[in-house]
Structure formats: structure tokens, C-alpha cells
Design a protein around this ligand. Structure first.
Ligand code: G3P
Length: 218
């Protein structure tokens, strides 16, 4: 399974990149706003800075809600780094049309805010490169995000869609382990959630014991 980091924070992206396991980045307007980036020029520069750190896809979300606006913004975003930028589009009627438009041009797209198998089917039929089911937000309302993820993975396998399932709204390391179990292609996670996978008290304790015994031999 691939790991993307779900942040627009350059320091955190650097840190994840330095681990050597980072496959890409996802951002959204809320994550960009959190970094205090203001004004279109600065926003575009910020995406370029992210692309310069990471050797992989970088999802940049359109702000527009209408098809014309999505197309205009998507073209600008794509031009920032045609090899790395993935145009992130919401799973709305206009969003699906925009996915189709960009997929026909060969541009990478990420169809986001997906909460049902039906939405995932439409995203794949429109040619999305990635589909982003928000598993944490479904759990928040008492639904089952991982169950949806599995349904999408199974449906894509059954119909042999190329669209990759990108588990989003990942909140804790248990979510990541469940993403692996159901066969998600990618999990996009906050840095802390990725680091939680590394750390185990028995690993730490084992290192301390080995250090003491190594000292005895020095
Ligand atoms: O990738 C989408 C993600 O940023 C949403 O996460 O925690 O806001 O539901 P969250």
C-alpha cells in the first residue's frame, strides 16, 4: 500500500519525505488555509514548493463549484507541475464532468468527498486516477468508513477499473491497518498517524536492552 501525507505543511512533508516511505501528498482548501497561505499567487507557489519536495503525485483541489471554474482552475493547477499535480475535484455533478474533461486530456485527477459506492462508480467511469472515500468522516456520523472502502475496492476489482482507491480522512493507525486489510491502494494520513506505525513500546524497550548489552562489549 502506498502512503501519501495529508497536509500542506512543508515541514511535515519534509519530515515524511526524509523517512523514505512517502509516495505522494494530498491537500485540500482547509489544509491550505491552516498554513495561512493567502492569495492565488502564494497558493500556487505553495503547491510548487510541495512538488519540489516530493517525488510523487500532489493533489491540489479546485476552489470553484461550477464546471467552467473547475476547468479554468484545473488547467492552472496542472500547468504548475504537469507530472506531479493531480487535480482534486469534488464528487458533485460538475465535479464528475470535470473529472471526465481532464481524464480525456490525460491529466491526473482525484475525485474527492466520496461517501458511497455509487459515487465511486461514477468517479471511475469518468476516468478518475484516484477516488477518495472519507473514512473518518463516515465513522464520525456512526457509519462504517472501512466497510465503504472495502465495497469500493471489491467493486473496482470486479469491474476491473484502473482508478486507485485512496483512503482519506484517516484518523489513527488502526485505520491504516484496516486499509491494508481491505486492499486500499493508498492511505493518505497526517504525519502523526504515519509515525504511530513506527513506534512500539517493545521496540523501544528492546533497543534499550540491546544498547546496555552493547555497552558491556565496548
Ligand atoms: O484527505 C481528506 C482529509 O483531509 C479529510 O480529513 O480529518 O478533515 O476528515 P478530515
Amino acid at each position: 500500500m502506498k502512503f501519501f501525507i495529508d497536509t500542506a505543511n512543508l515541514e511535515q512533508i519534509h519530515k515524511a519525505q526524509s523517512l523514505g516511505i512517502l509516495d505522494g501528498v494530498t491537500t485540500n482548501p482547509s489544509l491550505m488555509a491552516k498554513e495561512g497561505v493567502k492569495g492565488l499567487d502564494n497558493i500556487y507557489d505553495h503547491y510548487k514548493a510541495i512538488c519540489n519536495i516530493v517525488d510523487g503525485p500532489v493533489s491540489a483541489e479546485v476552489f470553484a463549484n461550477d464546471l467552467d471554474g473547475m476547468i479554468k482552475e484545473g488547467e492552472i493547477l496542472h500547468a504548475l507541475d504537469p507530472k506531479k499535480i493531480t487535480i482534486k475535484l469534488p464528487c458533485t455533478e460538475d465535479g464528475i464532468k470535470a473529472v471526465k474533461y481532464f481524464s480525456e486530456k490525460g491529466y491526473a485527477t482525484n475525485c474527492t468527498l466520496v461517501f458511497t459506492v455509487g459515487q465511486a462508480l461514477l468517479a471511475a467511469k469518468a476516468g478518475a486516477t484516484f477516488v477518495s472515500p472519507f473514512i473518518g468522516r463516515l465513522d464520525d456520523i456512526g457509519s462504517d468508513g472501512i466497510a465503504l472502502l472495502k465495497q469500493i475496492v471489491d467493486m473496482y476489482n470486479y469491474y476491473e477499473f484502473d482508478t486507485q482507491v485512496l483512503a482519506a480522512s484517516v484518523r489513527h493507525s488502526r485505520h491504516i491497518l484496516r486499509c491494508i486489510e481491505v486492499g486500499a491502494d493508498i492511505a493518505t494520513c497526517p504525519l502523526n498517524t504515519i509515525l504511530d506505525l513506527v513506534n512500539h513500546p517493545l521496540t523501544q524497550k528492546g533497543v534499550e536492552i540491546f544498547n546496555k548489552d552493547a555497552d558491556k562489549m565496548r
